[in-house]
Design a protein around this ligand. Structure first.
Ligand code: ZN
Length: 914
């Protein structure tokens, strides 16, 4: 496994030879001699990753066919298939952008077997006119290795139900909707057929509302990809998604007029408004090519704006042309004026016809609440701007022009590069929004770039305190990839989209300071509109900005300034390799951090797809100490095989997908680690099977019935058919654990309004529950484990008055003791627990998701003796550490996100103090 189809470097050299182009690295430097004095700041050719099509080709001046730019671009790609490896039959033209200097960018997407390829976009840049057209550069992502099926093998209704499962809190699934966008091929390797849904619901535990883009593997039913839809200006938003905007109704029977309105500070300012035929007025600006309308939600729940505007929503209104005080205090006036200022910036400075580039309506909603409290955020919901109302701490969120510019720029991104809002491409979306948000503010208000406040975002929103303390981000924070990249997994801030944005926006801001601002704005806009594609990472985006600079006619010194700014922020090829780690990788680039590995007796099992997302999910096994390559244990039968467990001799796992009988379902398997036949333990058509465990001849797992929602343990002894371990009516099991003839779980049930939970241990030989340790009903139990002949669990007070404690009890139910008492001074929220007969290892998430979250706030692993003691850090790796599994002694394996990817790693003993 894990061999790349081709080495990108060799591939680059091969294509460069075909094209007769120089590579970005001069041959002298590659050979170890002194580098050339002035290397070309614009790469001539960048090879694609996981595709034979190049990511970027610049410096061309090849005559193109006549006809439309799209015809010429298509003919050029077809005539040079050996160079680009692009099949013209898979290209769908989605638009041609014409720049002020007459250059055209033709944008193609890719369809494989008639199914859109997620994130694929290939761009051809043309200059000259008519018969004199020529191709200057080409770039983007087109995937050449796709062989995935294009017809779903899982029924649509099953896919829909599995998509709803992306809302993790079952309570939030009630009333949730899954909007079906149809099939899509997820790229990477051979590709995967998925079905794309937008899932909207509520999640009371975390967000007021959730809106997630969810991709379900249409061959196996496994969740393939999921991320939040919303693009707020800060992390930790509580907000809702949107849908179609009913702006047409707002402008019906309205004529342009002028009036006055108070702003948030109570100053009367002139506003462009609309006069209705009944003689009243509303905040609709009809003087511009794009109609701007501003709604006052008047404290209404943000959920009501989920999926569009409520039927009875009306723009902020007034009986006469002079608007009342509430128009100012709600933030409506500021939203209205800031929308116009942002539209002016894009229109007059950059030649853009509004947010959507086609003078579509520009709609803002102010003064929304979340669970009765003013929403303390602002976001672009995919269609419109949403702003929270003011509080004692904050002005209304529309009051900050940089925040308005930031949110509207998310709209521009949606209509140009369509950056995927996840990981590095999502951080690029945030970075471009940061850059233009601040550029709009300083330009329209005449603030010089040398003003220390120029680089602050959202600095005007606080009613008290300094701008520096109020700002949510600053573009001059000097952060770099190698020193500062926050290793957040997909579940935290969409993979760190806000946490990592200033690494890139800081480089863009440095460029704006070093070049003149107008040139920099044109450069960044051109990169956004004509060079960036949805799946680009930081290094791809560096190439895009430099290619845009070359097209804009920047001279060599200017291009070197641009390249130098990226260098200063560590945005250059290979930066991930320069982040130090103190662990040893056993398996690199796992495709998910949400499936835990297992280990015992120096052997491990883990689930991943092959590198680059190739193929379906499979179970792999390896040795902690051995040098042998990991082997794939699960059959390659098109199903997703995951949720693995091992006792050091045999592995067990669950598979999801279409079984041998042609029906979709789940099946539990077991197979010796050293090979041999794969044995089916159990299969079920209408149950979700998880928490698979194995100990000798015993295999256990949890079954969750789709119909009743009940969850209970199931057990197979010595290859016999499974039997259910009965629980009392209304009781549910979680955190199953199995060791040496004992089975244990966290059992929970309702007593009136309260949920009671208790670690429970069961003797397989005796067929009865040995002990249950009911926790106080102000405490939630989790992480139940068996180790060293003891039962271990975590207790977390529901009121968070103190931190989680780790407790242990004997299987006979005698008195429980604290292994780690709950601290009141350093409250811990323990998220994972694993143990051997010597050591207990736990994961501790320090911080909530917030704007200022750093690597130090992401979960880290700690270890202490089973008998109690002072916890020590397992590893000083700076990023997120997930799914720890104790092997033996003090050895721990876990999934580590430090280097901007997820690796299975190991350490033999705790690192101590970091
Ligand atoms: Zn944002």
């Amino acid at each position: 496994m894990h061999q790349r189809s081709r080495s990108p470097k060799l591939l680059g050299a091969a294509i460069a030879a075909v094209l007769g182009l120089g590579l970005g690295v001069p041959p002298a430097a590659a050979a170890g001699a002194a580098p050339a004095a002035d290397p070309d700041p614009v790469p001539g050719l960048v090879a694609g990753t996981d595709t034979a099509a190049p990511q970027l080709v610049t410096g061309l001046a090849e005559p193109a066919a006549g006809g439309t730019p799209a015809d010429a671009a298509r003919a050029h790609l077809a005539a040079h298939r050996d160079r680009y490896r692009v099949d013209p039959a898979q290209l769908v033209e989605t638009g041609t952008e014409r720049a002020a200097d007459g250059r055209r960018t033709v944008r193609f997407t890719q369809q494989y077997g008639g199914v859109p390829v997620f994130g694929a976009a290939y761009l051809v840049h043309l200059a000259g006119e008519g018969g004199g057209q020529r191709v200057e550069s080409i770039g983007g992502k087109y995937f050449t290795g796709l062989t995935a099926p294009t017809v779903s093998s899982v029924p649509d209704e099953v896919l829909r139900r599995l998509a709803l499962g992306a809302i993790e809190d079952p309570a939030g699934r009630e009333g949730a909707t899954a909007e079906d966008h149809g099939p899509v091929v997820l790229p990477g390797g051979t590709g995967r057929l998925a079905r794309h849904f937008t899932v909207r619901g509520t999640d009371p535990a975390v967000w007021a509302a959730t809106a997630r883009e969810v991709f379900v593997d249409a061959t196996t039913g496994r969740l393939a990809l999921a991320y939040d839809v919303r693009a707020p200006y800060r992390a930790a938003a509580a907000a809702a998604p949107g849908g179609a905007v009913a702006a047409a109704a707002a402008t019906a029977a309205v004529e342009p007029a002028t009036g006055t309105a108070p702003d948030t500070l109570g100053r009367s300012v002139p506003v462009n408004v609309g006069r209705l035929f009944d003689g009243s007025y509303q905040l609709t600006d009809l003087t511009r090519p794009a109609v701007i309308t501003t709604y006052d939600a008047a404290g209404r729940e943000v959920l009501d704006f989920n999926g569009g505007l409520p039927a009875d929503a009306r723009p902020a209104a007034s009986a006469g042309p002079d608007f009342p005080a509430s128009t100012g205090t709600s933030g409506a006036t500021d939203a209205h004026l800031n929308a116009a200022a942002v539209d002016d910036f894009y229109r007059t400075r950059l030649g853009r016809a509004g947010i959507d580039g086609d003078n579509g309506p520009i709609t803002s909603v102010v003064n929304v609440t979340s669970f009765g409290e003013p929403l303390q955020n602002a976001y672009w919901d995919g269609q419109k701007m949403i702003y929270g109302g003011g509080t004692g701490t904050y002005h209304p969120f529309s009051a900050a022009r940089d925040v308005a510019g930031h949110e509207m720029t998310h709209g521009v991104v949606k209509h140009t590069a369509q950056l995927v809002y996840l990981g590095q491409s999502g951080a690029l979306d945030e970075a471009v929004a940061d850059y233009f948000g601040n550029a709009v503010e300083v330009t329209s208000r005449g603030i010089p770039m040398t003003d220390p406040r120029a680089a602050l975002l959202g600095e005007d929103l606080c009613r008290a305190g300094t701008p520096e303390a109020c700002a949510v981000r600053r573009l001059d924070d000097g952060r770099t990839t190698v020193a500062d990249y926050t290793g957040a997994p997909a579940g935290v801030d969409n993979g760190g989209v806000h946490l990592n944005s200033t690494i890139f926006s800081g480089a863009l801001w440095d460029i704006r300071r070093a070049l003149d601002p107008l040139t920099a704005d044109r450069l960044v806009y051109r990169a956004l509109a004509e060079y960036l594609t949805p799946l680009d990472d930081f290094v791809d985006a560096r190439g895009a900005v430099l290619a845009a600079g070359r097209a804009l006619g920047l001279d060599r010194a200017q291009l070197r300034t641009v390249a130098g700014a990226f260098d200063a922020h560590g945005i250059k090829a290979g930066w991930q390799r320069r982040i130090g780690v103190d662990s040893r990788s056993l398996l690199r680039e796992l495709s998910t951090e949400s499936i835990a590995p297992d280990a015992a007796a120096g052997r491990w099992v883990a689930a991943t797809t092959e590198k680059g997302g190739r193929g379906s999910l499979g179970v792999y096994a390896g040795s902690v100490t051995g040098s042998a390559e990991p082997v794939r244990l699960s059959p390659d039968d098109g199903r997703s095989h995951g949720w693995p467990a091992t006792d050091g001799t045999t592995a067990a796992w669950a598979a999801m997908g279409q079984g041998a009988n042609g029906q979709w379902g789940m099946e539990v398997f077991a197979r010796p680690l050293d090979g041999g036949p794969t044995r089916s333990v159990h299969s079920a058509a209408n149950q979700y099977l998880g928490d698979v465990r194995i100990s000798g001849a015993d295999v256990a797992f949890l079954a969750n019935d789709f119909g009743t929602g009940r969850t209970w343990p199931q057990l197979s002894r010595g290859g016999a058919p499974v039997t259910a371990v009965p629980l009392p009516d209304g009781h549910a099991a979680a955190d199953l654990t199995l060791k040496d003839g004992l089975l244990a779980w966290t059992e929970s049930w309702q007593v009136g309004e309260r949920t009671v939970s208790a670690p429970t241990v069961y003797s397989i030989a005796e067929g009865r529950t040995l002990a249950q340790y009911p926790a106080p009903d102000t405490t939630r139990v989790s992480g139940t484990r068996l180790a060293g002949g003891r039962l271990l669990w975590v207790e977390t007070p529901t009121d968070q008055s103190r931190g989680s404690s780790i407790r242990s009890g004997a299987p006979d139910g005698s008195a429980a003791v604290d292994v780690l008492p709950g601290s009141t001074t350093a409250p811990r929220r323990i998220t994972a627990l694993t143990a051997t007969d010597r050591a207990v290892t736990f994961g501790y998430a320090g911080g909530r998701v917030s704007d200022t979250m750093k690597n130090t706030d992401l979960p880290k692993l700690w270890q202490l003796p089973l008998t109690g003691g002072t916890p020590e850090r397992v590893s000083c790796n700076r990023g997120g550490q997930y799914a720890p599994v104790a092997d033996r002694g003090t050895r721990v394996l876990w999934l580590d996100a430090t280097a901007g990817r997820t690796d299975l790693v190991v350490r033999e003993r705790a690192a101590g103090t970091c």
